[in-house]
Design a protein around this ligand. Sequence first.
Ligand SMILES: [Zn+2]
Length: 245
Amino acid sequence: MDKPALVSLTLDDGLRCQFEQAVPILDQYGFSATFFLVANTDPIHTDGVKHPDWRKTDWSERDIQFFKGMIQRGHEIGAHSVHHRHPFLDDDPKGEAEGAKQWIESRLAVEIPSYCYPFYYITEPIKNAVITAGYKQARWGARDSYYTPQSFLDWFGVDCHQISNNENVGRWVRPDCWHVLTFHGIGDEQDGWEPIPVAEFARQVAELAKLRDSGAVEVVTFKDGADRLRGRDNAPPPPAATLSQ
Ligand SMILES: [Zn+2]
């Protein structure tokens, strides 16, 4: 029998809709996912782009307790910068990468090894800041890549496939390959960028659960997916870091 596909579900921006709508559905099926949170107390996702007010975590004590519970149930919390805004990303790449790691680690008391580049935007200084901050892997997107056992993997430039409506979930399950999938809003236009309706999210997760139950899929966090690929006997060595100084 084919080896199962490895699937990592990632959700960006720390949106409230994800905690209210997606987490209960994921928990219902025992799926662990990775949530990339922005490290500031603004209750609105102010990314500088015109759109409705999208509610996000404000890092209240209540939210922090909720995140700790998620971690205990197997979810991963990752970092998604401090401001999620231009020009901070270019002007202070160190502050955005290192600041987000320290902010989240100090509140959740766990190591945060995964980073996600806001706006899928990478430059050499930004990438180097993420490496220097001590992350182990970082995700951008969304160029629809997936990874075969032979793929060359840049751990600080892991691509993803951004989920849309009415997707055939079977696309995500090429045997023995790693698929990193990305969601933003779960709900409607008021909830986040390029939203997936809750019922559609539930349908996709239920389909995935059927595939998991048949042995075709294993769902793991982004961190665990990266660790699994690093551990493969035939995995190539990670690329050299390109620290410019
Ligand atoms: Zn984002």
